[in-house]
Write a protein that binds this ligand. Structure first.
Ligand SMILES: O=C(CO)[C@@H](O)[C@H](O)COP(=O)(O)O
Ligand SMILES: [Fe+2]
Length: 216
């Protein structure tokens, strides 16, 4: 099981310090939430911040795009140093082409679906996915409550992967904490994104360890 702390809940005035902290604490990915104020009602950061943090860590930069028409910015995020670029099914008309663009730009291609979107909406493109992200909150903000009904989609994705020998990792994002992590992994999740749970603490290493303990 991999842990991807979300820097949405980090101190933006001390981003380098907060990334180094989770890196040293044994995080696997750094999850970067990009919001445009249109696809979601919040604005965060763009490719310039991704290039600024690229030299700070060798960990995988897992970039979650919550923007309309993400195809406009794929090359910019890939050049900025994103390792995984994940786009919402709901945000792009030509999801198949957008995934191809991500691969052509040299990054791994991720697909993400909102709580209200079924797995059937992405079944035709799962063979192109390196990662599938199931939102367990409605995207836009950290610190929201986990929507447990979304976990059945994690199980569906694990079954489809087995059936078709797909190779994607399954990631969950939203409301992941020590009381929800085990259910995510039991359902079939490989990667847990955690923002407020990790960063709303003086001791991020203890939080990461508690997540690992919770899923044992
Ligand atoms: O994509 C998002 C929110 O839209 C997430 O990555 C959040 O950053 C998760 O925050 P927590 O629910 O873990 O506080
Ligand atoms: Fe996210």
């Amino acid at each position: 099981m991999k842990i991807a702390p979300s820097i949405l809940s980090a101190d933006f005035a001390n981003l380098e310090r907060d990334i180094v902290k989770v890196d040293q604490a044994g995080a696997d990915y750094i999850h970067v939430d990009v919001m445009d104020g249109q696809f979601v009602p919040n604005i965060t950061l763009g490719p310039n911040i991704v290039s600024a943090i690229r030299p700070v860590t060798e960990l995988t930069l897992d970039v979650h795009l919550m923007i309309v028409e993400p195809e406009r910015f794929i090359d910019d995020f890939a050049q900025a140093g994103a390792d995984i670029i994940t786009v919402h099914q709901e945000s792009t008309v030509h999801l198949h082409r957008t995934l191809q663009m991500i691969k052509k730009a040299g990054a791994k291609a991720g697909i993400v679906i909102n709580p209200g979107t079924p797995v059937s909406a992405i079944e035709e493109v799962l063979h192109l996915a390196d990662l599938v992200l199931i939102m367990t909150v409605n995207p836009g903000f950290g610190g929201q409550s986990f929507i447990k009904e979304c976990l059945k989609k994690v199980t569906q994705l694990a079954e489809l992967r087995r059936e078709h020998q797909y190779t994607y990792e399954i990631e969950v994002d939203g409301g992941v904490a020590d009381d929800t992590a085990a259910a995510c992994v039991e359902a079939g999740a490989d990667v847990l994104v955690a923002g407020s749970y990790v960063y709303n603490s003086e001791n991020v290493a203890e939080r990461i360890n508690r997540l690992r303990e919770a899923v044992k």
